[in-house]
Design a protein around this ligand. Structure first.
Ligand code: PLP
Length: 421
């Protein structure tokens, strides 16, 4: 596919490569392009292929459901939807949980914002600097990463709190405890600037688009203590961090659990293994605060629910969270060893199979993406200025594939470094 094919698409649509890659099929952790080239998919689609490409269990569930009925709308019950909601409610940790399905992460966050602002009768939201929550009117309005939040007339009043980004100014060299205390002071300052009631704080436990940056464990627990005093809700955006991706925990919020679970939790991306499944979990009294009836025409659609259920079952039965911890741990170690000999790498960080490789510039990252592709490896990019390579393969990644990907990335980075000087 040629660059000219972009002409019909919006200028702001993010396409990674100078010559966009057209993918035709996938299997396991591999995908193939239209020219028959095989790539190791180190980005899992875009964290959407959670288990594996063409996983037989999911494909079968989709085909069987497609053969029965494609769509019913949430005016009617669907067995898979109810069962998936029950499973997610039980796993979420949210007490007395209710689940509402959407078709994307943006819509899930939109629904969470609607619930929180209605419940609290306030349009003021606390969000994190460098965050990403979606591309709708309201979610752009709470997205702190300026590369993704063009000037917006969002109806929400957003106050941005410091959290995951430590690599700047006075925060750079603080210990975890001192950083956490500084962020809590920042939160209290923000609350001092708020006019009246604040509805909620929304945060990604590990910032995804922001460059796979994580605050110290317990930061949101420390925030929670302040939020609880003000009756402010905590929305955990688990669109990237859910389902065991971070290895140590099933949800990102569990690294911050000391003062209780979030009031609302949003999910999407990996649960459908590529099918459009998103949703929000909320305590019953929050979920039920809406007085008007509401449906999502395609949210909870039977084919996507069948995929989600089969995918979640596979994930749990095969302990993919454990695999993310083990294989992710080895991969991080291996990439740190690569980085030690390559000054173009500033930092390798991560948890489980959510690994960020921060380079010295966004140009270096753009070049690394191209070179990695030539080496048969697909990776992602992000960070405040686009200088972070993002690695988030399907959670079934094997040790041999981790090694293959690390070696390909090492070759790509060496070429970038050699070309720089
Ligand atoms: N929240 C987070 C943390 C995300 O990373 C994303 C997408 O990257 C979204 C929300 C939006 O999800 P979607 O692209 O499915 O609308």
């Amino acid at each position: 596919m040629h660059a000219r094919h972009r002409a019909v698409l919006p200028s702001w649509l993010s396409l990674y490569y100078a010559e966009p890659v057209e993918l035709t099929h996938g299997e396991g952790r591999y995908v193939w392009d239209a020219e028959g080239r095989r790539y190791l998919d180190f980005f899992g689609g875009i964290l959407t292929t959670m288990t594996a490409h063409a996983l037989p269990e999911v494909t079968k569930a989709v085909a069987e459901q497609a053969g029965r009925i494609l769509h019913t709308s949430t005016l009617y019950l669907d067995r898979h939807m109810v069962e998936l909601a029950e499973r997610i409610a039980a796993l979420s940790g949210v007490p007395d949980a209710r689940v509402f399905f959407t078709t994307s992460g943006t819509e899930a966050n939109d629904a969470a914002l609607l619930l929180a602002t209605t419940y609290r009768r306030s349009n003021q939201i606390l969000a994190m600097r460098n965050s990403y929550h979606g591309r709708s009117f309201s979610t752009v309005g709470i997205t702190g990463n300026t590369a993704w939040s063009p000037t917006s007339l969002s109806p929400l009043q957003t106050l941005y709190v410091h959290g995951a980004v430590r690599s700047q100014g006075p925060y750079a060299h603080l210990s975890d405890a001192a950083f956490t205390a500084a962020c809590v002071r920042d939160l209290e300052d923000m609350l001092g600037q708020a006019h009246g009631t604040v509805a909620a704080l929304i945060a990604e436990p590990v910032q995804g688009v922001g460059g796979f940056t994580a605050p110290p464990d317990g930061l949101y627990a420390a925030f929670r203590e302040v939020l609880n005093r003000h009756g402010i809700l905590w929305i955990s955006d688990e669109v990237q961090t859910g389902w065991g991706r971070t290895g140590d925990h099933f949800w990102g919020w569990q690294a911050h659990a000391e003062n209780g679970p979030p009031d609302l939790l949003t999910f999407a991306k990996g649960i459908g293994n590529g099918m459009s499944v998103g949703g929000v979990v909320a305590r019953a009294e929050v979920m039920d605060c809406l007085e008007a009836n509401s449906i999502s025409t395609f949210g909870g659609s039977p084919v996507t629910m069948a995929a989600g259920l089969a995918n979640l079952t596979y994930l749990l039965e095969h302990d993919l969270q454990g695999n993310a911890r083990r294989v992710g741990g080895l991969l991080i170690e291996r990439l740190r060893a690569v980085a030690a000999g390559l000054p173009v790498v500033r930092e390798v960080r991560g948890r489980g199979l959510m690994i960020g490789v921060e380079l010295t510039s966004s140009d270096a990252a753009a070049a690394a993406l191209e070179r990695a592709r030539e080496e048969g490896l697909l990776i992602g990019k992000g960070g405040r200025d686009g200088s972070v390579l993002r690695i988030a393969p399907p959670l079934t990644l094997t040790v041999a594939e981790a090694e293959e990907g690390a070696a390909a990335l090492e070759r790509a980075l060496r070429r970038v470094w050699d070309a720089s000087g």
